[in-house]
Design a protein around this ligand. Structure first.
Ligand SMILES: Nc1ncnc2c1ncn2[C@@H]1O[C@H](COP(=O)(O)OP(=O)(O)OP(=O)(O)O)[C@@H](O)[C@H]1O
Ligand SMILES: O=C(O)[C@@H](O)C(=O)CO
Length: 421
């Protein structure tokens, strides 16, 4: 089956409303790309659980927790999400993974990409993890984080997916059954028609495309506007054709208390915690060591501390102040996710309505615990971070900002609330 559905000029893209289905490998990535589509005037919703999504969206994002799941589980969940999106009327698909290509030689980007390409019948698929607005660019096939190569960035020390190489094709090759090629900036800069022709003629199935600027994103989006499957980070959406929704359209913020929980060890999140403390926000480091013997007691203590804070403040509960706080092993990580989720659940039951959650895995755990099934996208806080509204299983309306570990400005925990209306 051909991978190109439409001949695809800009004019056609404006006229043809094709529902886009996104399979996102983590929850923060899901709101990241949904916010990017929303900023382009595309009505977007994030599905975080089962059930019928709200009507009237032309982008539907399925949020999964598959980035570091066992390979077979990730593939199965991704194919199920693809089928669900297809049943909802989606005709084109995006596989959203991290802008720092978080994966190992086993996966999960390659195996999921192979499965989605086979299921959708895609002949060629772009591999475009760039997000220039957040400093992620691809030059000569190499992924940069700001000015440094991926392998020299803090991602080198990620506990689950340490990124020790920077050539995206080399990162993908061990993970996939198919060939991987590169398309460099000279072709991208020659325009959408040239890029589309190069993609169509390529011998390889997967093509890593150089992306240095937002203009390059537009060229890539135009060149792939007829492709049944594309893959990459939220930058793919930033280049997409404009819809007619008002990006500033907002829902009223539910009144109530504020809370920040951080299960991320990322450098930017730790900086945001420090900034909040230095600017008068109450902060509490969760007793992660104590979770092994008395998880209930640790959660109770944290909630008692939260209750005692000024109701007008935005208290911050975090699990990593410096890297020495990290306890090794998956059990410690799971216990921390569980504790932070239980804290958020109890805090919402006692009146919290606005909550920032830092960390992709942590966000997945929190949203699952709350039983929120869909998120409506709200105001943008920073590139890749937005407010989103959901309803918990208990029936509480809540505003959530699911923040990727390394995203957001250093003052985000102080200023994020200003975006709410
Ligand atoms: N002190 C700690 N000791 C051990 N594990 C921890 C500790 N604090 C947090 N964790 C775990 O580390 C993991 C952090 O992953 P998470 O995805 O939430 O953050 P991140 O990797 O910084 O974010 P992102 O994926 O958005 O970049 C979670 O499973 C969390 O429970
Ligand atoms: O693309 C990104 O960097 C983020 O949306 C993300 O996936 C980090 O977890």
């Amino acid at each position: 089956m051909a991978s190109r559905m439409l001949s695809g000029t800009v004019a056609e893209r404006r006229e043809t409303v094709v529902r886009i289905g996104v399979v996102a490998d983590d929850f923060t990535g899901a709101t990241d790309i949904a916010a990017a589509y929303a900023s382009r005037g595309r009505r977007s919703v994030v599905l975080t659980g089962p059930g019928e999504p709200p009507e009237g969206n032309d982008v539907v994002v399925a949020a999964l927790k598959t980035r570091t799941a066992p390979v077979a589980e990730a593939v199965e969940a991704s194919l199920a999400a693809c089928e669900r999106l297809r049943a909802l009327g989606c005709e084109r698909f995006v596989f959203k993974y991290c802008s720092t290509f978080d994966s190992t030689d086993r996966g999960n980007i390659g195996p999921v990409l192979d499965a989605l390409a086979e299921r959708t019948g895609a002949e060629h698929v772009v591999v475009a993890p760039a997000f220039p607005g957040n400093g992620r660019t691809i030059r000569d096939g190499l992924l940069y984080v700001g000015d440094v190569l991926l392998e020299d960035s803090p991602m080198r020390h990620h506990p689950l997916t340490p990124m020790t190489r920077s050539r995206v094709a080399e990162l993908l090759r061990p993970q996939t059954r198919y060939d991987v090629g590169e398309i460099h900036a000279d072709i991208v800069r020659a325009g959408a028609a040239q890029l589309a022709g190069t993609l169509a003629a390529a011998a390889e199935k997967y093509l890593v495309v150089d992306t240095l600027t937002d203009d390059d994103l537009v060229t890539i989006a135009e060149a792939t506007s007829g492709d049944v499957l594309v893959s990459g980070a939220a930058g793919l959406a930033l280049g997409s054709a404009r819809g007619d929704a008002d990006p500033s359209e907002a829902w009223p913020t539910p009144a109530g208390r504020r809370l920040v929980v951080c299960g991320s060890a990322s450098a930017r999140t730790r900086e945001q915690v420090r900034h909040a403390a230095e600017n008068g926000q109450p902060t509490l480091r969760l007793d992660v060591g104590g979770l092994a013997s008395d998880p209930g007691g640790v959660v109770r203590d944290a909630l008692a501390w939260f209750t005692a804070q000024d109701p007008a403040s935005a208290p911050v509960i975090y699990s990593v102040g410096d890297l020495d706080d990290v306890r090794s092993g998956p059990e410690a990580a799971a216990r921390t996710e569980e504790a932070l989720s239980r804290i958020v659940e109890a805090a919402i039951a006692s009146g919290v309505t606005q909550c920032v959650v830092a960390g992709g895995e942590t966000s997945g755990a929190v949203v699952n615990r709350l039983g929120v099934h869909a998120l409506r996208i709200g105001g943008l806080i920073a590139p890749g971070v937005c407010w989103a509204e959901g309803v918990t299983a208990a029936g509480d309306r809540v505003a959530l900002a699911l923040k990727s570990g390394n995203f957001g400005t250093p003052d985000m925990f102080v200023t994020a609330w200003e975006v709410l209306r």
